[in-house]
Write a protein that binds this ligand. Structure first.
Ligand SMILES: [Zn+2]
Length: 466
């Protein structure tokens, strides 16, 4: 157990109710005769506090006032830092509450990395932590027991599978970015940012099954997570690098826990909530919901507020990329001239990192025969809805495959398969991230349709390199 830096800086974070800076509360929010107002969370906040909150943050006083006025989960702490205490809805996701299989050997559960070479880290800390001298308790320690779903000693097989499942979900949410999602304890140095020239930093997400810790960091029950705002790349806020996830509040559902981790990490990148005028958190529609809302729907994505009634137009992806996890470089050319060769029976992996990203592959069949081309996105918690277009050498479209996404518990129709009989020759496979229906009411745009996939083909008569 180690402690995470105590260097207190003065900055803006989104705060919770535990250490409310303001005393007193009034019914409803609104501006009082002096320069103070009562926030949606019931805190009285004056101009001095707003000024201090804004001074070292990326947000203006007006932006912070708007945030506090509209979002009950946004608070200032006793140091006038902004934090969020998230009362995410507890309705269980209907898919994969039971994790059937792990993606890596169970013995490697605490050594998982999504991008080991990255200098930026989101550490998923499941094995308990003693957190001392941080914004959560500046002069004391919080002893957080481990993630525990059965009350028995040690991590069971099913707990290890759940941990791997949670890790997978977070990996997919952050697939477009240069950040390592890991279950392996990093060196403290690798999380702390000592000054602006230090390029290696990250956050620690403590996932604990303790009601006591929940009450302490959230100031009460019904809280699935809490985080300070804008800490990820800040050299001034190393004591705000710990975020909290309380899995019991989402009934230990691995998919919901993964969503909560991505959501709280999102706050540390500077994201606030996707809600509406009626609700602090948008619950989604159809199969879709925004990560910065609170949704148990099968497909959760980053958002820029394209749904009907959206109160937050933050460009999530651009903000994450700007505040500590740059967007990854494109891995496959989108042009036929630079297409990646595809050998028969051998899948290639790729990722869609922005809405405009298109990846092109090239294959060659040697006889007239049945041909199958598959594009599979992540097996668990995909954010990417793919379309597949087959083209000839001259660019003429042979076939398009983009099944309409649906959900019966789990999202379906997000990947794409072509099956047909083709004569010998070269074909190009164009892979794109797409939306479905209208993002305003029943569907989603291609904005958050990002993530990893694998593309492969098989032909009855074999194939050779073009
Ligand atoms: Zn939140």
């Amino acid at each position: 157990m180690r402690r995470l830096g105590v260097t207190l800086g003065c900055t803006l974070l989104v705060a919770s109710g535990v250490t409310a800076s303001a005393s007193g509360s009034a019914a409803g929010s609104g501006t009082a005769p002096d320069d103070s107002f009562v926030s949606a969370g019931g805190q009285r906040v004056d101009g001095g506090e707003l000024n201090r909150a804004a001074r070292h943050s990326d947000l203006s006083e007006q932006a912070i006032e708007a945030l506090l006025s509209e979002d009950p989960s946004a608070r200032l702490d006793s140091g006038d830092r902004l934090k969020f205490v998230d009362h995410l809805e507890s309705s269980p996701a209907t898919d994969d509450a039971v994790v059937a299989r792990a993606s890596a050997p169970l013995a490697k559960t605490f050594r998982l990395h999504s991008r080991r070479a990255s200098h930026h880290t989101i550490y998923l800390d499941f094995d308990g932590e003693r957190v001392c001298g941080t914004v959560w308790d500046p002069y004391g320690c919080i002893n957080a027991p481990r993630f525990d779903t059965n009350g028995r000693r040690g991590f069971s097989k099913s707990e290890r599978r759940a941990i791997q499942r949670i890790w997978r979900g977070v990996v997919e949410d952050y697939a477009p970015f240069d950040v390592d999602i890991t279950t392996e304890r990093p060196q403290l140095d690798d999380l702390v940012r000592s000054d602006s020239s230090d390029t290696t930093f990250g956050i620690q997400t403590v996932i604990t099954s303790s009601n006591g810790v929940r009450n302490r960091v959230c100031g009460g029950s019904r809280c699935a997570g809490a985080a300070y705002m804008g800490t990820f790349d800040s050299e001034f806020h190393n004591d705000g690098r710990v975020t909290w996830i309380l899995p019991k509040e989402v009934r230990n559902n691995p998919r919901r826990i993964a969503d909560a981790v991505s959501h709280e990490a999102g706050h540390t990148f500077g994201l606030s909530h996707d809600g509406t005028s009626r609700s602090g958190y948008y619950g989604g529609h159809g199969i879709w919901g925004p990560i910065m809302g609170a949704s148990a729907r099968p497909l959760t994505q980053w958002s820029r507020g394209q749904y009907s009634g959206a109160n937050n137009k933050q460009n999530d992806v651009a903000i994450i990329a700007r505040n500590g996890a740059p967007r990854l470089r494109d891995d496959h050319s989108g042009h036929r001239s630079g297409a990646t060769f595809l050998a028969p029976g051998k899948a290639r992996s790729g990722r869609i990192t922005r809405a405009s990203d298109v990846d092109m592959f090239k294959l060659r069949t040697t006889c007239r025969a049945p041909l199958t081309v598959k594009v599979r996105n992540a097996a668990q918690s995909p954010n990417l809805d793919v379309s597949l277009v087959l083209k000839r050498r001259n660019g003429k479209v042979v076939a398009r495959r983009n099944p309409l996404s649906t959900a019966h518990g789990k999202a379906k129709g997000l990947d794409a398969t072509y099956r047909g009989k083709r004569r010998a020759g070269v074909l190009f496979v164009r892979v794109d991230g797409v939306g479905a229906r209208s993002p305003r009411r029943t569907g989603y745009s291609d904005y958050g349709s990002l993530g990893s996939y694998r593309v492969s083909f098989s032909s009855r008569c074999g194939a050779k390199r073009p």
